[in-house]
Structures are given as C-alpha cells and as structure tokens.
Write a protein that binds this ligand. Structure first.
Ligand code: ATP
Ligand code: MG
Length: 737
C-alpha cells in the first residue's frame, strides 16, 4: 500500500479515497482531520485525477500549508509552485490580482491593515455630521466589517440592516470608504473575499472558468467559515448539475471565531447545500493522553449547543500525567512558576520548541517575556502581526509601499514627516486639498504643489528631496532589486539615523527589528511579493525552526499541537472573558468554553492550567477568583496532592483570607509558591456550593427572574419569565425564595 495510506485508520482512509462528490468530516480535536486533508491531496495527485494546481485547499495554519506542499513536492519529486493553497484571504488575494480591474483596482493594489483602515475612516468622517465620541471610527469600521463578512456591499445592504438606528449614515460612509479605497488602489481584508464574491456573482464566465479549473476543493476548520466565505465556496463548488467534489473537515466544538462572523450553522447545513453529501465521523484521538482527553470532554459537556461526538484516546493505555493546576499570587508569580516548570520539563529532555503557553489575550505575554529573558529561556511570540505592528516596522513598510505604489496615500502620509522634515499639518492639509480638487494622489499633489509654488521655503526643499529619494528608490528597485532600493532609501532619507540618534532604551531593539525585517524581505523575489506576504501574515505564522517556547493566543493555536501546554490566566473575567459574557450571554460563555477546549486539546502529554489571585488590568490591580472552567474539569483527571486538600479543609475560608484588594508593594507570597490542588474542592469553598432545588425562584443578572426546572451538578435548567428556558451554571444565579 502506498505509504500515506498505511498511516491512516480505516475511516480516515475512506475519507481520503472518496474523492468524488461532497464529503464532510465531522470529528473532534486530534482525530486526524488535517491529516486526512493532506493525505487526500496526495491521493488525488497520485491517482492522476488532477494536477497540483487544480486542487484548491483552504488551510488554517501555515504549518498545514507547509506540510501539504512538502508532501506534494516529495511525491512529484520537485518543488511545487503556484499551488492554490492557504487561507481564504490568501487565495482570494491571488484571484483578485488576476481580476482586479473588474472592481476598479489594478493588479498591484495594496492590502490595508487595521491602522490604515482607521486612518481612512478618520479622513472621511469629518464630511458627515457624526459625533465621533459616541460613534467611534472603530465602531464604524466594525459595522463595515460585519457587513462585509455577511457579503453586503453598500448597494445591496438589506433594509433591516439600514433601518437599524444610525446605520443609514454608516451606509453612506461605507460607500464613501469604498470609493476612497478604489481611488488609492487599495482594499481591506474583508474586500478580498467580498470583491471575489461579487465578481463570481456578476461575471458568470469568470466563475465558470474557476469552477472548471478547480476539480477538487478542500477546506480545513470548516466550523469557522463566515457567511461570505461560505457563499464564495458554494458558488465555486457548484458546477452546473454536477456533484461538487468538495471535502470539508471541521469540529463544531472548536468554533471560536463567531466574533469575526464565523457561523457554525454552515457546518450544520452542509448536507442541504451539497445533496448526496457523505458525512464521515472520526472518533480516535491520536494526539493526547486519556487524561487530557477526559478533561477536555468533561469541560465541553457543559455546553448545550453541540452536535455531540465521541472521542477515544487511540492509545487508551496511555493515561499519561494528570493535569496540574497552579494557584498563584499574581501574574508575575504565575509567570515565574510556569518558567520554572518549563526548565524542569527541559531538564527531563523536553525540547523548548515542544512547549507552548497559550493565552486568552495577547496582553498576557509581557510577564512571561520578562521572566524568560531573565532566566535565559528561548521563546518566540507566535503572532506575526505583533512584529509587523511595531512602529519602526510599519514605518519601513510604509516606505516600501510608497515605492511600490506611488498612489498609496496612506503610506505616503505616514512617512511624509518621519523622520521630521518640518512638513506639518498645514502643509499636509494643502496637499490633501489639492489631491481632492484635482482627483490625484498625494504624491502627485506634492509634486504639483512644488511646481506651482503652493508650498515654499524649507518645507518645499525637504518635500522635493523626499520625492526625489522615492523616485530614486523606484529606479533602484527596477535595476538592482528591492533590498538595495529600500536599504538605500531608509539610510538616505535619514530614517535610520533618526533611530541611531535616539537615546531611548528601545532604539537598539528597533534597529534590530528593522534588520529582522530585511532578513524576512530577502526571502522574497520582489517588493511586491514581500508586501503581499506581510499583508496576509496571520497571528500563527512561522512555527518551524528554532527550539523556542511558543507563546501565542488560544485563537492562534487552533490546529496546532505541542507536547506540553501551559494555560495561564484561568480567572473569572479574564477567561471566560467578562466582555464576551456581557455582550453575548450564554452564547458567549459557550464560545469561551470552546476556546478552553481548543486550548486543552493542543496538548499531547502534559497540561498545566493556572490562575492568579491578583492581576493588573489596565494598570489597576484587581483580585480574581478561579475560572468556572477549572471547576468544570472532572476531578479524576487532575493531580491530587493531599497537601492542598488538607490546607483547604483546615481553612474553609481560604479564599476570603487572601488579599483581594489592591496589591500592596512588598506583600509577597501570602500563598505558598506553586500550589496544586483539586479544583472542585477549592471552588466549593469559594462561592459556597449552591444546591439550589428544583422549583426555586432565582435571579440571574442577564436573564432576570425565573424558576428552576432541572438540576444536574452545578448546571441548572431555568424557565426565565422573560426569556424562556435556558441552561446556566449555578454560580450565576441567586436564589430569591
Ligand atoms: P484539530 O481538530 O486539533 O485540528 P485534527 O483532527 O486536524 O485536530 P490532526 O492534527 O490531523 O488532527 O492529527 C492529530 C495528531 O494525530 C497529529 O500528530 C497526526 O499526525 C496524528 N495522527 C492522525 N491520524 C493518525 C493515525 N491514523 N495514526 C497515527 N497518528 C495519527
Ligand atoms: Mg486540524
């Protein structure tokens, strides 16, 4: 048997060998869904059913893309190029470059990031009577993005959207924003999908061309597709009268992107959308020990909105280490203890690169970074965006963009006075005015302003010099390549000198970052390719290579796996996030719980969950209680050191005795270092176990008054007077009768 088939179980093999017709693989974490997709890609090629370029594969992680392209390269014995492989956005960006003129862009359009989008919105809003204190640019952008994720362009917004209060004005701003994007030959992330969807809907022959071209379509992490991605896929997969060869894999329990418009119902209606679809379920988990799986299954069973799946450890004899729970005094101590654990694991011959710290929010990384630097633990933050969000990196990229595309006004505006050239607000306003009046780009307006003497004196000579330097860079780019062009430019224009002269502590780091940017750039053939790459880079970029501890958010960790996983910050308010609970109630809570499930199921062998009793949030120390998710983990899968239990028993008010007020300097370690305990016992002491009986009247902050219908451990089914029957956790309700 071919090697890749021998590495699959029978059901996986069936999913791989069923190449024709629609298939949905619906299965839990670690059951080999991604492995099925990569094997299927190989199988289709080897059985001669398609050429590599005729397969469209939407992957979530770069790791999966890399694995697929490496596998294909080894199969056909040479490196492969031009595969349609990557995220939805990457694939759409490539298609859009081929069809840009149909939406009023040229093929070298720029892809804007959030910062640029906000800048653009801020330029537009003054034309409308809008109270930006109440309706912030972020909010406007959020609504526009929400519409784009649903597939709504300004001219096909449904009435019920427009009729919502304030939305008719935002619709006008949306149209204006799109017009401005066209003028500066740019689009935002949402546009990549939306433009391609509109092109497919309006130009039948183009749709048919791609439909014919792609003989097979595969999608990983299908549970997290949003409406526009779904509509786009459906168009592409449905050929006239023929069954689509589409294979989607997903797990409803890992749907964690509803805040970005992902819609779990896409997975539920697969059978309806693709008649004759085969549903395949995988039940063996090949990733984790049975303790880790047991904990994950126990936790997720608290969710009510589930399709329900069975999950067994493929190697049931490997129970593995139980899960460790750490109670710490504050976030610094949490970081120290976790780092100490990392060193211990490393002494036991575990590679740093096989360990990961997965956080609820990216702001949790700082104490870990500091601690690792102190202890000399190598680490990397898996979050391309963060690197590319640094000011110096954004500046240099803006220089690159201006070189690549003179009409990129946003980039030009960013660098026009960086380093300081004395080109202040007034001069910039003149340029904006000229650009609007003559309908030309800012760069052209600058040229014109100089020619016509609108700008004079020192400002004029500085501006003139900048324009010449940019032109020089464009010509060097053509003749000697992008590295030299940009290197010369940022040296000659004084940008590098600006940081060299800067005496602040971080300026050396900034220069190092710029060198790092050049290292990254050297891997690309041209400026355009590099700019394309960075505009598409995702949080979970570049995992390969060095032996370093991985730090990332839970969201970025989807699809990945590590021997040892640390999950810090399991505190009420942080995780589940208070904001999500406030905004989305029970749905929000269930999504947070799925995120916890994703976190737990990233671990192969060891899992450590921790929380701090005090945490600094927005600069203020706040006390915290352990996350309800800790309580929900079944006892039998957790390390059970009697020392902690005894202490709890002897001091039932353990938590009440902690200093939960503001942290006082110098008060350290009222709790001993690295406490480990059985969480259920712990929590029972905390908000005392409620034991609310059936029939009791209760009050819930979000849902109001209601009557308890059913109880199961700490889960209650309640008939709320106003909102009907809901399942809630007892810690959320107070008994009123
Ligand atoms: P997730 O839901 O987290 O994305 P997944 O279902 O995509 O998980 P994979 O990442 O494909 O799961 O597989 C999990 C692990 O199990 C991987 O290390 C993979 O190589 C391994 N694996 C998958 N199938 C088998 C198999 N049949 N035999 C041995 N190992 C397997
Ligand atoms: Mg996967």
């Amino acid at each position: 048997m071919t090697q890749y088939l021998s590495q699959l179980n029978e059901t996986q093999k069936k999913a791989v060998e069923t190449t024709e017709g629609p298939i949905l693989v619906l299965a839990g974490a670690g059951t080999g869904k991604t492995r099925v997709l990569t094997s299927r890609f190989a199988h289709i090629l080897l059985s001669g059913k398609a050429y590599p370029n005729q397969i469209l594969a939407v992957t979530f992680t770069n790791k999966a893309s890399r694995e697929m392209s490496e596998r294909i390269a080894s199969l056909i014995n040479k490196p492969v190029e031009g595969l349609w492989l990557g995220s939805f956005h990457k694939i759409c960006a490539r298609m859009l470059r081929q069809n840009a003129t149909l939406v009023g862009l040229t093929s070298n359009f720029t892809i804007l990031d959030t910062d640029d989008q906000l800048r653009l919105i801020k330029q537009i809003t003054p034309a409308y009577s809008i109270d930006t204190k109440r309706v912030s640019p972020q909010l406007i952008l959020g609504i526009i993005q929400f519409w784009k994720d649903k597939g709504y362009s300004p001219d096909n917004l449904p009435n019920d959207e427009i009729n919502k209060s304030g939305n008719s004005l935002i619709k006008t701003i949306y149209a204006h924003y799109q017009k401005r994007l066209r003028e500066i030959n740019a689009c935002d992330f949402g546009d990549l999908m939306l433009h391609m969807f509109n092109i497919f809907s309006q130009h039948q022959h183009i749709l048919e061309k791609y439909q014919r071209y792609f003989t097979y379509i595969m999608v990983d992490e299908y549970q997290d597709t949003n409406m526009i991605q779904y509509l786009w896929l459906k168009l592409l997969a449905q050929k006239n009268g023929q069954e689509a060869n589409i294979c989607c894999v997903g797990d409803d329990d890992q749907s964690i992107y509803s805040w970005r418009g992902a819609d779990i119902t896409n997975i539920l209606r697969f059978e309806r959308d693709f008649p004759g679809a085969k549903i395949i379920r995988l039940e063996n988990n090949y990733r984790s020990t049975s303790s880790i799986l047991g904990a994950a299954s126990g936790l997720i069973s608290f969710n009510s909105q589930r399709l329900g799946k069975t999950l067994h450890a493929a190697n049931a004899t490997v129970e593995g280490e139980k899960i460790k729970i750490l109670s710490t005094y504050d976030s610094d101590e949490e970081a120290r203890i976790i780092c100490k654990n990392i060193i211990d694991f490393h002494k036991k011959e575990q590679q740093f690169g096989d360990m990961a710290i997965l956080m609820r929010t990216s702001s949790q990384t700082r104490p870990f970074e500091e601690c690792m630097i102190k202890l000399g633990i190598p680490y990397k933050i898996i979050s391309g965006v963060r690197f590319y969000e640094r000011a110096e990196i954004r500046d240099v990229i803006a220089y690159m963009r201006t070189v690549a595309q003179p009409s990129d006004d946003l980039a030009f505006e960013r660098i026009i006075n960086v380093p300081k050239r004395g080109i202040g607000k007034a001069a910039l306003q003149k340029l904006h005015l000229l650009s609007r009046e003559s309908n030309i780009s800012l760069t052209m307006a600058a040229q014109q302003a100089l020619n016509q003497g609108i700008i004079r004196g020192k400002v004029a000579s500085e501006l003139n010099q900048l324009i010449l330097q940019l032109e020089m860079a464009r010509s060097t780019n053509e003749k000697a390549g992008h590295l030299k062009a940009i290197d010369d430019l940022i040296h000659h224009c004084g940008y590098i000198e600006m940081w060299q002269q800067n005496k602040s502590v971080e300026s050396d780091g900034r220069l190092e970052n710029i060198r790092e940017l050049f290292r990254a750039m050297s891997e690309f053939q041209s400026l355009y390719e590099f700019l394309e790459h960075i505009s598409l880079i995702m949080d979970n970029d570049e995992l390969s290579g060095d032996d370093k501890v991985n730090l990332m958010t839970l969201h970025a960790a989807k699809g990945l796996e590590f021997d040892t996983v640390f999950l810090p910050g399991w505190e009420e308010g942080l995780f589940p996030s208070q904001r999500t609970l406030d905004e989305n109630g029970l749905n929000g809570l269930e999504e947070e719980r799925r995120l916890a499930y994703v976190g737990i199921t990233r671990a192969r062998r060891n899992l450590v969950i921790s929380y701090a009793a005090n945490r600094q949030i927005y600069g203020n120390w706040q006390s915290a209680i352990p996350s309800r998710f800790i309580e929900e983990l079944p006892n039998q899968f957790i390390v059970n050191p009697s020392i902690r239990i005894n202490r709890n028993h002897s001091n039932p008010n353990y938590f009440d005795n902690l200093n939960f007020g503001k942290k006082q300097k110098g008060t350290r370690d009222t709790i001993s270092f690295g406490n480990i305990f059985t969480p259920n016992k712990q929590r029972q002491n905390l908000p005392k176990s409620k034991n609310i009986p059936v029939g009791a009247r209760v009050f819930h902050q979000k849902f109001g008054y209601g009557t308890v219908l059913k109880t199961e451990q700490n889960k209650l089914e309640i008939n709320f007077d106003k909102t009907g029957i809901k399942n809630v956790i007892d810690s959320f309700v107070t008994e009123t009768s």
